[in-house]
Design a protein around this ligand. Structure first.
Ligand SMILES: [Zn+2]
Length: 764
């Protein structure tokens, strides 16, 4: 549905006052007037009756976004002051199997990653089975090891080539003899039975609250430190991502029940306790060493991201590819935005699988090259370090070797442009609150699956922002202090159901300082203990009062009746009704509403598909202006309903509302056809504008198989005073393009975007 973006022409219409005229005319003509959110004056025109010149003039008369000057550039940083991991740009991992000591060609492995330009490689120590002759009890050697020091040989081969080494462990599973020796190490079901690996029941699942993590894992770390020169330590398989553990062992049965805020606090305390303990062990031999754990799950990460962000110096985003449950092409850049929000410039890498990820997997076969490439594109665009991953080295260095050239070509290309890949600052002017507590703990309306519900909500707002080509960042709920969020013109709260009293106050403070917000549905209706509130904590601010419990849909969903004109209704004509959403919180009436609720009714039989009550005073949106702040609240779960339906009216309503609350202010404006994702960064050399082309039949399902190139994209941005532009280079097509400066406004046109393009603006 987004492959043919709903608003391709809106950029032309809105931006045309500051744009080259040709793209505007073309995009406007290609799009029907009915699908354009242009100024009201245009709405009555019929494009079929008008000449191209007339229409172009009309389009040019539409409102242009106000380009806000970019902030004064940050002071330069001396790279020699950065910790070593922040200079890592490329990470390589051939994930080692038990069989690899029998079949892997270590020299070929090391040559590949070295020639590709990897700065660091992962080498398996493990914990499930040892890749070296370990003396730690229950750390059994792999059955093909035969006394060999496979780990040590790999470390030596990497070191010889100047590559750094991550010692990779897996503390999540162990074998029956360990269980016999330490029955307390196991995770257990409610009936006391041991939880086992669903794929190989010889392995039991270890509990993170037991001495397995306190004693066994440190013993392996110290053994590795004593025998080898490694740069840092990593644990795979722990902590859990996406869901919290549910264990009934002797220790856990004394903890609060899983999936409560009380349990989440205990869980986070334990994760941080172990993280700090392992980090200290890593530093015992080398002060610049560190520990990091497996993370990911984007907004639904297991551990509290604010706390992890303070502890971690390496965010390992285990976000290897799309699945049928999470099928959108932007899965990697979404993760990148999460990493940016919580690491704030510290190192983050996205683990991109070259193998076939998904609900049906082939861990030793290459995936579609176009899909693997897009995942790497998104990694770079969102400011993470490249990380390429394959599993197993049968037949020397893989039965399937197709992935290798793709990875080394990509790494080599990226290496030529390293200066441009490290963002110093996002230029986004919209903050999207990511609501990790809501993602993990919110129960969702009774009819919906809670996990899916918030994922759908996230994708709904994400797709909306991509369609509108907004420059936005994620903001963690625990980082709503004014110092951090005052840079944003608006904060979006897409059903952020769980808000603490403190967070609610921070949002009020943000509005008092001039910020705008758009919120929806049950935002704030659960407190920090997941207790339901009787009234919205932002009720006074938003001018809303709850009138009852959530009303779902049984048949035909509710409508919003247009009561009066308003900028959020731009582009709607010839209708009194707009679609509402699947669920809503009923509100008490407000003065002078813009949309009122027409309650849902029977959809079948059609004889009964009419509204018994056609007009109410229940608002379907509440809008307020307080000084320079603009506030919008939708009582429906509009973002999620847009994701479920793809309804263009919902997209337009959201798009118009975001433009209204931001007063149509933009920091970067990209005008042209197509559905793409925009990232805009301040970098050390200048600025980097990344365009990811998602105009593709496989943007929402499956994998990309080829790219469908886009035509010209015109970029405008208002530079801070005193900044001179030296050049604009396109890093993907490897060419320099002309630019224009009108006062402080920089404009240039990227002639074509295949799958990805980066305009690197070098300033003096
Ligand atoms: Zn337990």
């Amino acid at each position: 549905m987004f492959g043919c973006s709903f608003f391709p022409g809106s950029h032309g219409g809105r931006g045309s006052a500051i744009m080259d005229r040709m793209p505007n005319r073309r995009t406007f003509l290609r799009t029907s007037a009915a699908s354009l959110p242009l100024a009201a004056a245009i709405q009555t025109f019929n494009p079929g009756m008008m000449s191209a010149e007339t229409i172009a003039d009309v389009a040019a008369s539409g409102p242009a976004p106000t380009l806000i000057p970019l902030p004064a550039r940050l002071a330069p940083v001396d790279p020699s002051t950065l910790p070593w991991q922040e200079k890592i740009r490329r990470v390589g991992q051939s994930n080692m199997t038990e069989h690899d000591p029998a079949v892997m060609n270590i020299e070929e492995w090391a040559d590949y990653w070295h020639s590709a330009g990897a700065d660091i490689v992962f080498i398996s120590v493990t914990g499930i089975l040892a890749f070296y002759p370990s003396k730690v009890q229950f750390h059994r050697p792999g059955k093909f090891l035969h006394g060999r020091d496979f780990f040590g040989e790999c470390v030596a081969a990497a070191r010889k080539r100047g590559m750094r080494v991550v010692a990779r462990m897996s503390p999540d599973l162990n074998w029956g003899d360990a269980l016999d020796g330490h029955p307390e190490w196991a995770m257990r079901d409610a009936d006391g039975s041991v939880l086992r690996s669903p794929e190989d029941p010889r392995l039991f699942r270890t509990c993170m609250f037991t001495s397995y993590m306190d004693d066994y894992v440190p013993a392996i770390m110290r053994e590795i430190s004593s025998l080898y020169d490694v740069d840092c330590f990593y644990t795979n398989g722990w902590p859990p991502i996406g869901n919290l553990p549910n264990c009934h062992c002797a220790i856990c049965s004394k903890l609060p029940p899983s999936n409560t805020t009380a349990y989440w606090r205990v869980f986070n305390d334990r994760v941080l306790e172990l993280w700090n303990k392992y980090d200290a062990i890593a530093k015992e031999k080398k002060p610049d060493s560190f520990y990091f754990a497996n993370l990911g799950g984007n907004v639904r990460c297991g551990p509290n991201l604010d706390r992890i962000g303070q502890a971690a110096v390496w965010f390992q985003a285990d976000n290897q590819g799309r699945t049928s449950e999470d099928p959108a092409v932007w899965g990697c850049s979404l993760q990148g935005r999460v990493c940016r929000a919580i690491m704030e410039g510290k190192f983050a890498a996205n683990v991109s699988a070259a193998y076939s990820t998904g609900t049906v997997r082939w861990r030793n076969a290459s995936k579609n090259p176009a899909e693997a490439t897009m995942w790497l594109n998104e990694t770079l665009a969102s400011g993470m370090a490249l990380y390429y991953h394959f599993i197993g080295s049968e037949a020397g260095f893989g039965e399937d070797r197709r992935w290798q050239k793709l990875g080394s070509d990509y790494f080599q290309w990226a290496k030529k442009h390293d200066a441009h890949w490290t963002p110093r600052r996002s230029l986004g002017n919209i903050g999207v609150v990511m609501g990790q507590s809501t993602q993990l703990l919110y129960p969702a309306p009774a009819a919906a699956h809670a996990h899916d519900y918030m994922r759908e909500t996230t994708h709904g707002i994400y797709a909306t922002l991509l369609n509108g080509r907004f420059a936005f960042d994620f903001v963690h709920e625990d980082r709503l202090d004014l110092e951090r969020i005052s840079k944003y013109r608006a904060l979006l709260l897409p059903n952020i159901a769980v808000l603490s009293d403190r967070q609610s106050q921070q949002i009020r403070d943000y509005v008092r300082s001039g910020g705008s917000i758009m919120a929806s549905f049950e935002t704030g209706l659960y407190d920090q203990n997941l207790e339901r509130r009787e009234e919205f904590p932002l009720a006074e601010l938003l001018g809303i009062r709850k009138a009852g419990d959530v009303i779902g849909t049984n048949g035909n969903a509710y409508y919003g009746r247009i009561e009066r004109s308003h900028p959020i209704l731009n582009g709607f004509s010839n209708t009194n009704w707009l679609p509402g959403a699947q669920n809503r919180v009923p509100l008490k009436s407000v003065p002078d509403p813009v949309l009122t609720v027409v309650p849902g009714f029977v959809q079948y039989p059609p004889e009964l598909a009419y509204p018994p009550v056609s007009h109410t005073d229940e608002p379907a949106v509440v809008l307020r202006e307080i000084a320079s702040s603009r506030l919008a609240y939708f009582p429906g779960d509009i973002e999620r309903t847009f994701w479920l339906t793809g309804h263009g009216d919902l997209l337009r309503l959201l798009d118009n509302t975001i433009r209204w609350i931001t007063q149509d202010q933009a920091v970067v404006h990209v005008d042209g056809d197509g559905f793409l994702e925009l990232f805009a960064w301040e970098t050390a050399p200048g600025y980097a504008i990344h365009l990811l082309n998602y105009t593709n039949p496989n943007a929402h399902h499956g994998w990309l198989s080829t790219a469908y190139p886009l035509g010209p994209q015109t970029v405008s941005m208002r530079l801070p005073g005193g900044v001179k532009v030296n050049a604009v280079n396109l890093l993907r097509s490897d060419r320099t393009i002309p630019f224009r400066l009108d006062g402080s406004v920089l404009r240039f046109t990227i002639p074509r975007v295949d799958d990805y393009e980066i305009a690197a603006v070098t300033v003096g």
